[in-house]
Design a protein around this ligand. Structure first.
Ligand code: AMP
Length: 176
């Protein structure tokens, strides 16, 4: 998809080579966040996707998913649910572990964060391999809620992360 709004967003993503380690081209969203029109446009576009999805709640993962997910939820007057790194949530929680390049990581969600059958849209800044998004979807379904789709600002298409998320709808504003 390409129009003026997407071109604006693309111009506000900064490529940082070799961060956090050699060989990684990091997509830095801080110029986008610092640009009032850019951030608002991002939320406009994500909001259009969310409305079509029929979402009743927005789930965002730590930590950049909080920035877009929470702002989107507030704008749509929907509940925001954080998926957090281990041992951060204070009340009874559920956990999903997932594989990284080296070792494993985990995400947690409060056990009462979503109601059975509630329709959740999962939002993050970027999808790379899709492991983080898949783990978040597993948390949502463990609670008996329904994943109605995923919305990302950026997709690294060459890593084919969206294949891990089938058969759910996956939307991204910018693909590289
Ligand atoms: P993955 O689980 O492989 O899809 O990785 C997704 C998570 O890692 C997202 O929360 C991103 O914020 C972060 N991430 C992975 N690769 C990059 C990248 N090249 N630039 C910026 N963030 C990245």
């Amino acid at each position: 998809m390409s129009d003026e709004r997407h071109d604006l967003l693309r111009s506000l993503i900064r490529d940082v080579p070799d961060f956090p380690k050699p060989g990684i081209l990091f997509k830095d969203i801080t110029p986008l966040l610092a640009h009032p029109g850019g951030f608002t446009t991002t939320l406009d576009l994500l909001g259009e996707r969310a409305a079509k999805s029929g979402a009743e709640a927005i789930v965002g993962m730590e930590s950049r998913g909080f920035i877009f997910g929470a702002a989107l939820a507030a704008r749509l007057r929907l509940p925001f649910v954080p998926a957090r790194k281990p041992d951060k949530l204070p009340a009874e929680s559920i956990r999903v572990e997932y594989a990284l390049e080296y070792g494993t990581d985990a995400l947690e969600m409060h056990a009462d964060a979503l109601k059975p059958g509630e329709k959740a849209l999962i939002v993050d800044d970027l999808i790379a391999t899709g492991g983080t998004a898949k783990a978040t979807a597993d948390l949502v379904t463990q609670l008996g809620a329904e994943v109605v789709g995923f919305a990302f600002v950026i997709e690294l298409g060459f890593l084919k992360g969206r294949e891990k998320l089938a058969p759910h709808a996956v939307h991204s504003l910018l693909t590289y």
